[in-house]
Structure formats: structure tokens, C-alpha cells
Design a binder for this molecule. Sequence first.
Ligand code: AMP
Length: 376
Amino acid sequence: MSPPELARPWKTFKGDILHCILMVTAERVAEILEGYDDLVIATVCSHSSLQIFHGARAEGFKTLGIAIKERPRLYDAFPAARPDSFLVVDSYDDLPRRAAELVEMNAVTVPHGSFVEYMGSEAFSQFEVPTFGNRRVIEWEADREKQRIWILSAGVDMPAKIERPDKIDRPVFVKYHGAKGGRGSFIAKNYDEFLEHIDKSLPYAIQEYVIGTRYYIHYFYSPLEVDGYTLSKGHLELLGVDRRDESNIDEMYKLGAQESLKKLGIYPTFIVTGNIPTVLRESLLPTALDMGERVVEKSIELFGGMIGPFCLETIVTDQLDFKVFEVSTRIVAGTNLYISGSPYSELLEPGMSTGRRIAREIRVAREKGRLLEVLT
Ligand code: AMP
């Protein structure tokens, strides 16, 4: 089996200037791995790091915490998830310069939302440390237009896109490209409300506002497995479902209706503050699996496959239709609920978290001599 296609540069715009991003090549990753006498699982101390370290340890790996500015005390409170060692860097911008040290320590990095968001997708693409997953996915995730092409061409439904703000004819949700955790997103019911809130210096997308219930579905795609819920190559797992707690939208109703609160200058915001466990109505599970399958199959076709954990962020309408409003292409923080397994992962292997599943994949790939299929 061939490794994911890697070396092709991807193109993006910075202002009006076409910008070419050269990713770390498969050859370079192979060369680095040849110099390793062990594998150490490393990640930035944030987001889902407790789970990643805990899972890596359960699979027999040494772990390394990348800390910004100082060694965090957090892990002293949770010793079963404390990394074996730390690399303290000045800032996320400092990380590329520290790549050689990480290689020296035999590090394999596990990306999570904060890692990629704060380091920046461009710097992360070029970061010369072997990384779990296919970094080419970033090109398709970071640009909301490309993400839309990917999901819709996979045959998975999304909220309708409103092409121009002056064409807003129903409640819409406006989001900025790459923005994570709901920061900056807003609801507008007409063009005037759009103008009131928009920051036109940032690229944005306008979606119809879908009314329904939200489910964040955690999947894992393994290109190595041959049993279970098999795809054209590898297999798909459904490891859990969560719902996000968002401040202040989730609680503002206690003060009154949104419209009357606006008169007091209080507007809804969508900042994620926590996660709630949930399960899907069982009759929705076949569709949930089918959507995951389609999105992975399309990713194989478009860029060599989205390897490892990902999440479809969905709204289910009262017609029981799923609308996917976003895909997160790596471990999501909602999986932190299931460090000791979820109602779904329990049926695959008791006690399996997404963090541990990542470490398992790396371990199996190493045993089979197939590391280059899961690391880029
Ligand atoms: P996002 O910025 O895409 O992460 O979305 C932040 C939050 O906004 C989500 O968790 C949902 O609560 C909500 N949301 C996003 N897109 C839509 C949509 N099209 N319709 C309704 N709510 C949405």
C-alpha cells in the first residue's frame, strides 16, 4: 500500500498574493524515522493532552509534553496523564525552531485543535517532526469553500450557503474561516443585522441557520485495519458523540428572549466552554456511519485520506435529516468525556479512548512496518 500523497505543494491566498506552501515530504519523514531508536508521543499541553498522554502510556509509549512558557502544574493534579518529560518553548512561534530538539527526542507529534490553530496551519504543515495523520487535510479543512466542496461532493448534506450578504432571506449563521471554538460567529436575520456585526477584513462564510439538535460525532479512520466497518481501504470506527456547552448562547434564555436582550446590548456568543455526553437515537446510527464513510472515501480520492480521528459537527432536524456544518479533522475536545470509553467505543474495545486509539494505531503501524501510512 502506498503512503498518502504528500509532497505536492498546496496553494493559498494571503490578501491577493498566491502563496505556495511546501509540506514536509514523505521522504523527509522516512529519513527522520530511520534515525529514531524509539517513538515518544508528544503533544502541546492543552486541549486533549490529558487523554493523549494517558492513552499513549496505556499503549506502552513514553510521552513528552510541549509546554508554552513554563511547565504546567495541571499534570500534578492528574498523575495518570502526566507526560514523562517536558519541552518548554517561548511561544507557538518558537516551535518550528525547536523541531530538531523534538527529533532528537524521537518525538512523534499528535496534533489537536489548539496545536494546529495556535501554531498556524502553514507552520504546522512545514513542521519537520513526524506527525500522526495526513497533513494534507489542513488544506481542505482551513478553507471553508474547499471544506464545502469536499463534504457536498461526498454526498453529505450541509446547511445551505448564502452566496452574498445582500441575499440574506432567512436566519443565517456567519463564521470566519479557520475560527475555532465559535469565536466571532454570529446570527443575522437580515442584511442590516449582518452589517451590524461583520468584520469585513476577515474571510467569512454565510450558512442558513439550521434549527435542530446538535451532535458532534467522533470517528476514527484506520487505513491499516481490514475487519469491522470496512471501507475501500481500511476501516471506520464510531468512538463517541458529544454536545458542546457554548457561552453565552446556552444560558442567555434565562435573562429573556434574544431580541429583547439585544436592546440591552447583550448579543449571543458561541464560545465553547465544555462538553456534554450524549448518544444518538439508535436508528440514526446507520446514517452517522454512512456519512463518516462518505467523507473518508472522498478524502482518499481528494488528498490520500483523512487518517485517524475526526469529527462531523451536525444538526439533526425534526425530519431526522443530518446537516453537517463543519468537519474537524483531528481529535476534538469532546472526546475528553470518554477517557475510559464511551457507549460506542465500549462495543469495540472496553476502555478505549480516542487518545489511546491514536497510540494504538501508531503501535500497530510500527509493528507492521507501516508507519509511513499513518505519519506525515
Ligand atoms: P462553528 O463556528 O462552526 O464551530 O459553530 C459554532 C456553533 O454555532 C456550533 O456549535 C453551533 O451551535 C452553531 N452553528 C454553527 N453553524 C450553524 C448553522 N448552520 N445553523 C445553526 N447553528 C450553527
